[in-house]
Design a protein around this ligand. Structure first.
Ligand SMILES: NC(=O)c1ccc[n+]([C@@H]2O[C@H](COP(=O)([O-])OP(=O)(O)OC[C@H]3O[C@@H](n4cnc5c(N)ncnc54)[C@H](OP(=O)(O)O)[C@@H]3O)[C@@H](O)[C@H]2O)c1
Length: 312
């Protein structure tokens, strides 16, 4: 692929004909006040792609921040790419549209650019996002399949208020399964991905099928084992006079994924948008020199969110 010099403004074509700004800002920020401030700061420095979710319980604050920027005339709606996600307790087809409408209302938007099924795990239908039995075990819903839920998302696209649909926290097998059976093919697959979990097979499949791989936790979520302190990354960062975060985000963009990063800190938010291309040798050093393999978020095994604090 050809990599433009100004990779922070790079856009990737989706299978519905629209384009997604590749460098995205995630809104998994537990405190609502901090969420609003962070989204405003992200808009200010230039982020145009936002990843939201009903499970983050802050779509209202994200919506307020976007509304203020739109009202001030700084940004037009069509310049923004906003995605949100359906949570596990809403997988039953009859629950999909109400959940979608509730997200739109909180985000104060007429449409979203992307709607994802947050995880392939269906939980007991109802208002409880984290339904548990008397032993504290999650109550799953065996009465609905991922294909049933997918068909309900296809109907949302038909109704015009959701431009593209996709999957999240799914492995290659499930992506293939839905891809084969879908009337409207997934436009995006949203998974954890970084040099400790590059997911090359999934990325190859996505590229062949025209699906964009959105990569969450591109900086390793800032937790142990610290990806930003990996010697391969810090060596490149010193040599190129970029921060480790900028090296990791450039790597993610140049390999053709759409990374979604998050920060509550205005200086880091600015730093994370100030990304420029890496030379080919640095790309190669990261791919071949890093041997650590690590998944930070166990959500793919159970559907229980790994990064959302208990009680949220
Ligand atoms: N589908 C899913 O299941 C799922 C799961 C997880 C995440 N996501 C999405 O992906 C987004 C990003 O995930 P993530 O939070 O793991 O991303 P990340 O960007 O890998 O990690 C964010 C962490 O790194 C720190 N950080 C950010 N920029 C930094 C910098 N320049 N230097 C040093 N530290 C920095 C942040 O702390 P400060 O805030 O203190 O800067 C924060 O603790 C989420 O917001 C969410 O939208 C989706």
């Amino acid at each position: 692929m050809t990599v433009p010099d100004d990779i922070r403004f790079m856009k990737i074509l989706l299978n519905n004909g629209s384009k997604i700004p590749a460098l995205g800002f995630g809104t998994l920020i537990p405190d609502p006040t901090e969420t609003k401030k962070a989204v405003k700061a992200a808009l200010e420095v230039g982020f145009r792609q936002f990843d939201c979710a009903e499970r983050y319980r802050n779509e209202k604050e994200v919506g307020e921040a976007m509304k203020e920027a739109l009202r001030e005339g700084k940004i037009k709606r069509e310049e923004l790419f906003v995605g949100t996600k359906l949570w596990n307790n809403n997988h039953r087809p009859e629950r999909v549209k109400p959940a979608f409408e509730a997200s739109l209302k909180k985000l104060q938007l007429d449409y979203v650019d992307l709607y994802l099924i947050h995880t392939p795990f269906a939980f007991k239908p109802g208002e409880e996002q984290d339904p548990r039995d008397e032993n504290g075990k999650v109550i799953y819903d065996e009465g609905v399949t991922l294909s049933d839920t997918w068909r309900a998302l296809e109907n949302l696209v038909d109704q015009g208020r959701c431009k593209a649909i996709g999957l999240s926290d799914t492995g290659l097998e499930k992506v293939e399964e839905i891809f084969e059976s879908a009337r409207i093919k997934p436009a995006v697959v949203h998974v954890e991905s970084h040099p400790y979990l590059p997911q090359w097979d999934l990325l190859d499949f996505c590229k062949k099928k025209g699906i964009v791989l959105q990569a969450f936790a591109p900086l390793g979520h800032g937790i142990e084992p610290k990806l930003m302190e990996d010697p391969v990354i810090t060596t490149i960062s010193k040599r190129l006079k970029k921060t480790p975060a900028q090296v990791l985000l450039a790597w993610a963009l140049q390999r053709g994924t759409a990374p979604i990063t998050t920060s509550k800190n205005p200086t880091r938010i600015k730093e994370n948008f100030d990304v420029s291309a890496l030379p080919e040798d640095a790309m190669k050093e990261i791919r071949e020199g890093i041997k650590t393999q690590y998944r930070y978020n166990p959500v793919t095994e159970t559907g229980i969110p790994g990064f959302i604090p208990k009680g949220k």
